[in-house]
Ligand binder design. Structure first.
Ligand SMILES: Nc1ncnc2c1ncn2[C@@H]1O[C@H](COP(=O)(O)OP(=O)(O)OP(=O)(O)O)[C@@H](O)[C@H]1O
Ligand SMILES: [Mg+2]
Length: 603
C-alpha cells in the first residue's frame, strides 16, 4: 500500500479510536445506530422493489404483507435511529472532547518548569486541541463522530452499489466511482479551508483578545477612562477582517468550483434514471426491479453529499496533530531523584547564565552568588536586571542555560523538584489573587497542611492582616472575588498582605527558603516600616531572599547584593555598601534625599 494511503488510513483509524472515550454503553448504541443507518438505504431499495412487484402481481393484501411490513419496519427504524443518533453523537463527541482536554491539562501540568507556558506555539496548540469553534462546533469529538458518520455513509453507498450491481453492474461501478470522486473533491476543499483556519490561529486569538478586552471587567476601567471602545472595536474588525477575507475567498472558490460536481451529478443522475428505464423497456426488469434500481442508485449517490463531517474530520485531525506537538514542545525534564536536604541549605549560583527562549541577550550572565543557611539576603537592581528571573531559576521553574545552582553542593538539576518545592516558598511579584476564600488563599501556600483556623490565623497575624480579616463579612471564610454574590474584592495592599500570609503559612509548614519579590510594593508607609520586624525578623532559622526597590525595606538585611548586567556588581551589608559609595549608595541617597529635600522644603 502506498505510504500516503497507509498514513491517511492510520490517521482516520486514530480518529475512530477516540470513540472509546464515549464509554461502552453509548459507543454500542452509537455503532448500532450508524450501522442501521448504513444498512437502511440498501434494505429499503430491495424491500420497496419487492413490495411493488408483489402489489402489481396480486391485489390480495395477504400476499404483500411481508414486504409491506418490512418497508414499514425499515421506515420506522430509520426514523427512530435518526432521533436516537443525534443525542448519542453529541454525548460521544463531548466525552471525547472532555478526555482530550484532560490529556491537554495533563501535558501542560507535567513539566516542572514554566518555559512551555511562555512559548507562543505551545499556547496555540493547547488552544487548538481545546477550542470549541465559532460558526460551528469544531472539536476532535465532533470529528471522531463525523468519521463514524462518513464510514456509515460509505458503507451504505457500497451496499446500495451491491444491490444495484445485481441488475446493472456497470451502472453500479460508474455511480460508485462518481460518488467517490465527488467526495474526494469535497474533501480537498475542506482540507484547504481547515488549513486556512489553522494558519490564522494567531490572528484569531488576537481578534478574540481585543473583543475580550472590550467586554470583560479587568480592563473595564481603562477602556472607559481612555475612551478605548471605538479603538478596540476597530482593532478587532481589522484583525478579524484580515483572516476572514481569506476564509471567504476560500469559500467562494469552493462554490465556484462546484460546476464540475454539478456536471458529474447531472451525468450520474441521468444514468441512474436512464439505465433502469431502458431495462424496463427491454423487459429485463419489472416495475419492482425498476424501483429497487432507482432507490439503490439514489443510495449510492447520497454518499457524495457535501456533508460538514468532511470539514469536522479535517479539523479534528489538525487538533490531533496539535496534541502530538504538545509532547514535542515540552521537554519534560528528566529531573533528579535526590531528595532536597531538609535542613537549612547553602544555596549557590555558580557562573549561572540564562536567556529566555527567543531572547536576544542573556538576562543572567556568569552570576556567582552564595546564600548561607538562614541568611537574609536582599537583592536590588534596576528594572529588568534579572531579579525575578533569578528566583524563577532558584525555584526550578526555569533551568539555567549555563552554569549551575547547587543546594549544599548538589546540583539542583539532580534534585527531585517536588521535594525541593516543599522546602521553598515565594511571594512572586505578580502573585495570584485566587478567587477563593481568605482561608483557601492562605492554605494554598502549603496545600498538604489542611486549613484549620489556628495555623491560618497565626499566618494572617504574622502578615499583619488580622484587622483586615476581622473586618471582612465572613472572616476567614469571606470569598475574595466580586464574581460571586457575597464576595468582596480587596485593595492591592490588602491582597499583598494575604499573599505574605500565604508564604508565612508555608514557612510554618516546613519551607526553609522564603523568597519575597517586591513584598512591600503595595503596602502603606506604616506597614512597610513594620514589615522587617513583623515578617523578616519573625521567621528565624529560615533563609530569606528579599527583592525590593524600596531600599528602606532591605537595609536591615544581613547582606545586600546589587544585580547588574546579569551578575552581582556589589555585595555587603548596608553600612559596607554605603561606605563603598557605589550604585547602592547612590540609589539609597537618592531615595533618602528626596524625603530630606521635601522635609527641608516644608520647614
Ligand atoms: N517570560 C519572559 N520571556 C522573555 N523575556 C523575559 C521574560 N520575563 C522577563 N524577561 C526579560 O528578562 C529581563 C529580566 O526580567 P526580570 O523580570 O527578571 O527583571 P527584574 O529585575 O525582576 O525587574 P523588575 O525590577 O522590573 O521586577 C527583562 O529584560 C525582561 O524583558
Ligand atoms: Mg522583578
Amino acid at each position: 500500500m502506498p505510504a500516503r494511503l497507509t498514513e491517511f488510513l492510520a490517521r482516520r483509524r486514530r480518529l475512530l479510536a477516540l470513540l472509546v472515550h464515549a464509554g461502552p454503553g453509548p459507543l454500542a448504541g452509537l455503532l448500532a445506530a450508524h450501522l442501521v443507518t448504513a444498512l437502511a438505504a440498501a434494505a429499503t431499495s430491495v424491500a420497496t422493489g419487492w413490495l411493488l412487484t408483489g402489489a402489481l402481481a396480486s391485489s390480495a393484501v395477504g400476499e404483500i404483507l411481508l414486504p409491506l411490513g418490512l418497508v414499514a419496519v425499515l421506515v420506522l427504524a430509520g426514523q427512530c435511529v435518526e432521533i436516537a443518533r443525534e443525542p448519542l453523537d453529541l454525548l460521544a463527541a463531548r466525552r471525547i472532547d472532555g478526555a482530550l482536554r484532560s490529556a491537554v491539562r495533563d501535558r501542560v501540568a507535567r513539566p516542572s518548569g514554566i518555559a512551555h507556558l511562555e512559548d507562543l506555539d505551545h499556547a496555540t496548540d493547547v488552544a487548538r486541541v481545546s477550542e470549541l469553534g465559532g460558526w460551528r462546533t469544531r472539536t476532535p469529538g465532533t470529528g471522531a463522530v463525523g468519521q463514524l458518520l462518513l464510514l456509515g455513509r460509505l458503507t451504505s453507498a457500497v451496499l446500495c452499489a451491491v444491490v444495484l450491481a445485481w441488475f446493472a453492474p456497470l451502472l453500479a461501478v460508474w455511480l460508485l466511482a462518481v460518488t467517490l470522486v465527488m467526495r474526494a473533491g469535497i474533501r480537498r476543499h475542506w482540507v484547504r479551508l481547515s488549513r486556512t483556519w489553522d494558519e490564522h490561529a494567531g490572528a484569531r486569538r488576537r481578534a478574540e483578545y481585543w473583543a475580550d478586552t472590550l467586554t470583560e471587567s479587568p480592563a473595564g476601567k481603562e477602556v472607559r477612562l481612555f475612551g478605548l471602545g471605538p479603538w478596540l472595536t476597530e482593532r478587532y474588525r481589522e484583525q478579524a477582517r484580515g483572516w476572514l477575507t481569506e476564509i471567504w475567498r476560500d469559500r467562494r472558490g469552493i462554490l465556484r468550483r462546484q460546476w464540475w460536481t454539478f456536471l458529474l451529478a447531472l451525468a450520474a443522475g441521468f444514468a441512474a434514471l436512464y439505465v433502469p428505464g431502458a431495462a424496463l423497456a427491454a423487459g429485463t426488469v419489472d416495475f419492482g426491479g425498476l424501483i429497487t434500481m432507482v432507490l439503490a442508485a439514489w443510495g449510492v449517490f447520497a454518499a457524495g453529499a457535501m456533508g460538514h463531517e468532511a470539514f469536522d474530520i479535517e479539523y479534528a485531525l489538525g487538533a490531533l496533530r496539535a496534541l502530538d506537538r504538545l509532547d514535542r514542545h515540552v521537554a519534560v525534564r528528566a529531573g533528579g531523584d535526590r531528595p532536597a536536604p531538609d535542613s537549612p541549605v547553602r544555596l549557590r549560583f555558580e557562573r549561572v547564565g540564562f536567556h529566555y527562549p527567543g531572547g536576544d541577550r542573556p538576562v543572567l550572565d556568569g552570576l556567582d552568588l552564595d546564600i548561607g543557611p538562614a541568611e537574609v539576603l536582599a537583592v536590588v537592581g534596576r528594572n529588568g536586571a534579572g531579579k525575578t528571573t533569578m528566583i524563577k531559576l532558584l525555584t526550578g521553574l526555569h533551568e539555567p542555560t549555563g552554569g549551575r545552582i547547587t543546594l549544599d553542593g548538589t546540583d539542583l538539576a539532580d534534585v527531585d523538584l517536588t521535594s525541593w518545592r516543599r522546602r521553598v516558598t515565594a511571594v512572586f511579584q505578580d502573585f495570584v489573587h485566587y478567587p477563593l476564600t481568605v482561608r483557601e488563599n492562605v492554605a494554598l501556600g502549603a496545600p498538604e497542611a489542611g486549613a484549620d483556623d489556628g495555623p491560618i490565623l497565626a499566618a494572617v497575624a504574622a502578615a499583619g492582616a488580622t484587622g483586615l480579616v476581622d473586618r471582612l463579612p465572613d472572616g476567614l471564610d469571606t470569598l475574595l472575588t466580586r464574581e460571586h454574590s457575597g464576595g468582596v474584592d480587596l485593595s492591592g495592599g490588602q491582597w499583598q498582605r494575604i499573599a505574605i500570609a500565604r508564604a508565612l503559612f508555608a514557612v510554618a509548614n516546613g519551607r526553609q527558603v522564603l523568597i519575597l519579590d517586591e513584598p512591600t510594593a503595595h503596602l502603606d508607609v506604616r506597614a512597610e516600616a513594620e514589615f522587617y520586624d513583623r515578617v523578616i525578623s519573625a521567621v528565624s532559622g529560615v533563609t530569606v531572599v528579599l527583592i525590593s526597590h524600596r531600599l528602606s525595606t532591605v537595609r536591615r538585611a544581613d547582606r545586600i547584593v546589587v544585580l547588574d548586567n546579569g551578575r552581582v556588581s556589589e555585595s555587603g551589608n548596608h553600612g559596607e555598601l554605603m561606605d563603598h559609595g557605589g550604585e547602592y549608595a547612590g540609589l539609597y541617597r537618592l531615595q533618602a534625599g528626596r524625603f530630606a529635600e521635601d522635609t527641608e522644603g516644608a520647614a
